[in-house]
Design a protein around this ligand. Structure first.
Ligand code: BYC
Length: 312
């Protein structure tokens, strides 16, 4: 067994991906199931705030784009649940843990989508933040997770561009539309920064995940990258960043920004955000209403297996 973990350590050191059948320490398996499961849940719960606007999209074109985007998120969730299953996780168990509040999902999806501009802001800022995090995960040490990320990132970059384009239409529209765009930025800016997780000194999982190359950059490094990428885009839209402390440090070339409201972040991830209850109830209802479909699929699969055995 020791030899097998030596091989694992060697592979990590030599940038050789760990595959499902490889020996791996239990803690590596456990933290991956935690992170990939949480990531999958984020995709699925993330369908809710945007899905809420499918029937109210302002034009047929916007509706078609939004429908496609929300369906993409469902697909991402399915790749991720499959990646977690390669580690021995059980999908029903993960789903029940989500509904029972025993597994987390991204804090960002506990905020409401009050206007159409919020949908644009999610596409632009939330998918934009997700890309920064996920591009790094394309090189994560667990092969099935890394490969899922490559595909997901391609779709996320389309999402980010469509969000920016929708935001641009509002920012260049009537004064009321521009104000709606600004309000959305005001409400989504700080929650988008929180997506990257606690600051490095308060991130209990980071050190080990970095050592195992599950994470390639720390939470603060990725957050900084997102701010540096996104502030010029806000300015290009003619909008303002809701942070009086934001300034470009000419020497480092990085934007310095104000303190995140960590109390708010901790409340949201503890289940006490604006929409936590609503989101979990929506998932619970979908899970319960879908039971007959899952049961029918199992009966059908068993029947097919019996037929196949008869032929053999
Ligand atoms: N929200 O030690 P830390 C999308 C938890 S969806 C909630 O730094 P780690 C999209 C963390 O889990 C994109 N919880 O943890 C979909 C841990 O708790 P546990 C979602 C958070 O894992 C639809 C504790 O806080 N992306 O793109 O090293 C529409 C301590 O944190 C959050 C991913 O999931 C948070 N924001 O680092 C549109 C990316 N932050 O588990 C778009 C994959 C932290 O110990 N995940 N926590 O109870 C990751 O990269 C990492 O898991 C994180 C956290 C950077 C999020």
């Amino acid at each position: 067994m020791e030899n097998n973990y030596q091989k694992f350590e060697q592979n990590i050191a030599n940038e050789i991906t760990i595959e499902a059948k490889d020996q791996m320490p239990d803690a590596y398996r456990k933290t991956l199931i935690r992170q990939i499961g949480q990531h999958g849940h984020s995709e699925i719960v993330g369908m809710l705030p945007e899905g809420n606007w499918i029937t109210r999209a302002p034009t047929l074109k916007r509706k078609a784009v939004l429908l496609a985007k929300v369906q993409d998120e469902a697909g991402h969730g399915l790749y991720l649940y499959s990646a977690a299953e390669t580690l021995g996780a059980d999908r029903d168990d993960m789903m029940e843990k989500l509904i029972d509040g025993k597994m987390k999902y991204s804090s960002i999806f506990n905020y409401p989508t009050l206007t159409w501009a919020d949908v644009a802001a999610i596409g632009w800022l939330v998918d934009g933040a997700a890309i920064v995090n996920q591009v790094a995960l394309c090189r994560t040490s667990y092969g099935p997770y890394a490969r899922a990320m490559v595909r997901i990132c391609k779709e996320e970059s389309f999402h980010q561009r469509q969000g920016f384009e929708a935001m641009m239409a509002l920012a260049n529209g009537t004064p009321e539309q521009k104000q709606m765009a600004q309000d959305a930025v005001n409400r989504y800016w700080w929650p988008a920064l929180m997506m990257f997780g606690p600051s490095d000194e308060h991130s209990p999982n980071s050190a080990q995940s970095m050592a195992w190359k599950i994470k390639r950059f720390s939470n603060d490094e990725l957050r900084q990258k997102f701010v540096d990428n996104t502030v010029p885009q806000v300015l290009q839209l003619g909008l303002e960043v809701p942070d009086p402390d934001l300034k470009l440090n000419e020497e480092t070339g990085h934007y310095e920004f104000g303190e995140i409201d960590w109390h708010e972040f901790n409340e949201v991830i503890a289940g006490r955000g604006p929409c936590n209850h609503e989101r979990i109830e929506a998932r619970r209802k979908a899970w319960e209403n879908g039971k007959w479909v899952r049961d029918a699929a199992v009966v059908y699969a068993k029947k097919q297996q019996l037929e196949a055995n008869k032929v053999a």
